[in-house]
Design a protein around this ligand. Structure first.
Ligand code: ATP
Length: 441
């Protein structure tokens, strides 16, 4: 049997330690749908909170929005999704597997032996046909064509159709942006690579409305800001790069598009897109709804339909990136140490309190410290087993600091801080633990 890959190890760790479980596992699982466990929900929430902080709370020129998943079906006609949100689908005539015609790298047929023993021939593929990726359902009690609604395949459209509501209620002026985090659904032909490509996922999208003619400048500015955000998340800069969409890759609405790519164990892949969408979306909604979506610029007396610069990242995909980037194995004193070296700001557990032995006032002191710290951030209390094993358990879930209360603590009022990455240990006074952690989280 082949040795487990990094992805195999990560999927198994994620399950064992409560980051990510397969959906409906007791029924055999549902294809490419995943549930976040106790640590996963904290990790993903930290990713989303950092995005919201950087994109909404730290800026005067961006407002938040939480639009519903279900929208008027005409939205998706206007946006072009009903007619054009398709991938080319091909089938293998022999094994019946389905592939995206533009992603055929692994089309090896398990039922068609090759001339070389132990290998398989490539699949016998049909001509591509277009497959719409939107999930359809019915609204109300009657299942008829007139009642068809879609699960949104992107959050952006909820922003476009609310742009005047937000503008008028917030007293913003162009240039300004609207940001939103929410679920999106795509009936992907070939989902996979754990939570990289799933059929239900969360997007973190921001649409920035600008005066035509200033779009290139804003596009460049947003490219720089978004790459800096991924660096701030603690991702290895050598594993991040830009990919510019060539003329054949550009979406129908885009004038320019760049992807931020990360070097996953399965290759360089997109984690975020930055797009200059021009005035395509607002003009289409204007045509289809019959409502004017122009902006009146008081200073110049001009009226125009704004251009839009979009930044679109997947919350699940960034969470996977953070997990992959953090995962490392080390040999420490002849033993394997598995570490998730998260940036402390996104670590699901910030500190663990570990009483060393069960005697004197130690458990009381440790419990008091734990109860104090947990009011401020997620902490963990562990009094079971050898201290070395307790440290390893915390390394494996990425807890940046362990606080050990030992026999001396009752005498000198100090605890040992053990750093996850260097494994260095320092003594600090109990009364300073909170400020010590605060400075580093
Ligand atoms: P692809 O070509 O890989 O299908 P896309 O170019 O259609 O992706 P966008 O529409 O630009 O992707 O989506 C923006 C972001 O949303 C992506 O960068 C990604 O992080 C996330 N995303 C898109 N589809 C999925 C999915 N099926 N599962 C998880 N995240 C996704």
């Amino acid at each position: 049997m082949a040795a487990p890959t990094v992805m195999d190890k990560l999927v198994s760790l994620a399950k064992r330690r409560g980051f990510v479980f397969q959906s409906s596992e007791v029924y055999g699982g549902l294809g490419s749908v995943w549930d976040y466990g106790p640590l996963g929900v904290e990790l993903k929430k930290n990713v989303k909170d950092r995005w919201w902080q950087a994109m909404v709370q730290a800026r005067d020129d961006i407002e938040g929005l939480d639009a519903a998943i279900l929208m008027h079906p005409k939205v998706w006609e206007a946006s072009g999704h009903v007619a054009g949100f398709t991938d080319p689908l091909v089938d293998c005539r022999t094994c019946k597997a389905r592939f995206r015609a533009d992603k055929l790298a692994d089309a090896a047929c398990p039922q068609k032996p090759s001339k070389h023993p132990g290998e398989h021939s490539t699949c016998d593929l049909t001509e591509p046909r277009l497959f719409n990726l939107m999930f359809k359902t019915f609204m109300g009690p009657v299942e008829e064509q007139a009642a068809v609604v879609y699960l949104r395949p992107e959050t952006a459209q909820g922003i476009y159709v609310n742009y005047l509501n937000v503008l008028n209620s917030s007293r913003q002026k162009i240039p300004f942006g609207i940001a939103q985090i929410g679920k999106a659904f795509r009936n992907e032909i070939t989902p996979g690579n754990f939570i990289f490509r799933t059929r239900e996922f969360e997007q973190m999208e921001m649409q920035f409305f600008v005066k035509p003619g200033t779009d290139d400048e804003w596009f460049q500015r947003w490219r720089a800001l978004r790459m800096a955000w991924h660096h701030d998340l603690g991702l290895n800069p050598d594993k991040l790069r830009w990919h510019q969409h060539g003329p054949t890759e550009l979406a129908h609405y885009a004038r320019a598009a760049y992807d931020i790519e990360y070097q996953f164990p399965f290759g360089w892949q997109e984690i975020e897109g930055v797009h200059n969408r021009t005035d395509f979306d607002l003009k289409r909604h204007q045509e289809h709804s019959g409502k004017k979506l122009e902006y009146f610029e008081q200073a110049s007396g001009e009226r125009y339909v704004p251009f839009i610069v979009e930044t679109s990242a997947g919350a699940d995909r960034v969470t996977l990136t953070v997990l992959v980037d953090a995962y490392r194995e080390e040999q420490v004193e002849g033993e394997l140490r598995v570490v998730l070296g998260f940036h402390p700001k996104i670590a699901p557990i910030k500190a663990a309190v570990l009483p060393l032995v069960n005697k004197d006032r130690m458990p009381e002191m440790a419990a008091a410290l734990y109860n104090d710290l947990r009011r401020h951030f997620p902490c963990f209390y562990d009094d079971g087993g050898a201290i070395g094993r307790r440290y390893r358990r915390m390394d494996e879930v990425g807890t940046p600091f362990c606080l050990t209360v030992d026999g001396q603590s009752a005498e000198d009022g100090q605890v040992t801080v053990r750093h996850r990455d260097s494994m260095q240990q320092d003594r600090i006074a109990l009364g300073q633990v909170l400020s010590f952690l605060r400075e580093r989280l």
